[in-house]
Design a protein around this ligand. Sequence first.
Ligand code: ADP
Ligand code: MG
Length: 433
Amino acid sequence: MASVTLERLTKIYPGGVKAVNAIDLQIADREFVVLVGPSGCGKSTTLRMIAGLEEISSGTIRIGERIVNDVPPKDRDIAMVFQNYALYPHMTVAQNMGFALKLRKMPKALILQKVTETAKMLEIEHLLDRKPKALSGGQRQRVAVGRAIVREPKAFLFDEPLSNLDAKLRVTTRAELKRLHQRLKTTTIYVTHDQEEAMTLGDRIVVMKDGVIQQADTPLSTYHRPRNRFVAGFVGMPPMNFFDGAIRMLEGRMIFEEGTLRNAKIRDPDRLTSVQTGGGGRVKIDAESAVIMEGELTLPGIGFRLDIPERLRGTLAGRIGRHIVLGIRPEHLHRNAVESEGRDCPLSMKLNVIEPLGNDMDVYMETQLNDRVVARIEATAEASDGSSLDFVRDSQVTLYADLRKIHFFEPGESGMNLSLSSGCSKEPTHALA
Ligand SMILES: Nc1ncnc2c1ncn2[C@@H]1O[C@H](COP(=O)(O)OP(=O)(O)O)[C@@H](O)[C@H]1O
Ligand SMILES: [Mg+2]
């Protein structure tokens, strides 16, 4: 087993796409690290460079102490499991699993022993004589994992190994992979676009965007302390709600007032594009989520107001009158006021859609200025037909944000999280103007 270290690792494909941009990452021996991010962010390219399947443009890859930049894949002593499993169709399960050992000229009896042991561990012993076409997707996936395990490599690399399985099998196989790692403790680098898979599997998750690491942290730390707006929006489901607005002083209180963006910029899903608007301004919207990212903020006075909790006042004092983005996770909006510092700030919203989830429900709402707010709340007060009694479509509802858990970000899609430093800061809060 071994550590894996990436230094300034970069990949520029012919044609100029910078798929991976000078990333630094240290993966400890025995660690399970998940690379996660939207499609095209450079996860597979990073993994393939570690495997030696993709030439690197610059930087260094170390496996253990050894620099492997120019070492061919077969000599790197790592095993990769692909999304499509890449089993040899003409070989039986046993032959597939033992193939790498055969190439190493390991004695037949020993190969048989290792293959059988591994098959037992994965509960595929009864399938050893079958060919891949006679296996289900889940069984093929196990064989692919088994083939990696028998090699006893220094590290496992997984590229979206569960994406061809149905939802239920994905969840059970996920748990098995985790158990397997707890047992074997082999250093593992695992790629997925699924934030939930990343959160549940990783000792650490590495959130990537546009070939750059946004945050490399434990799952809970990433969830509770996202470094920027991108990470905050990517981790957590349903995603965090964002509100454009400004910090103001009102009768001696520091408040956030929701506003609206004029001449906002639009983001196209593949490329950042500025679009000309009628007023001659630039517009940038994330077309996938239709979130407006940047623009001129206006405060029409019909947005909601929220008292800034004491812990954040010091940090935000220097930003009075400037555009800022408030972030509230759906699970931090509640039916009743939460006991916390500061005042309760009821948010009144119009309810559009209810998605019952059993114990909880997701309610989609709009404020006067923001038409996509979602809350995950307990589904109490149920009518006999299962519908919610107190939450009715098209009605006006009042929810309360847990002020201990709100975040403030700089504007822009990767705007820094301003609420982080203040949480642990020992500095006294500034006197209010
Ligand atoms: N062989 C290739 N040639 C040119 N561009 C590529 C190639 N493979 C991937 N890319 C581009 O590199 C970027 C990162 O791709 P990839 O690493 O596959 O992302 P992910 O696995 O995160 O979806 C994307 O913009 C993709 O289009
Ligand atoms: Mg990929």
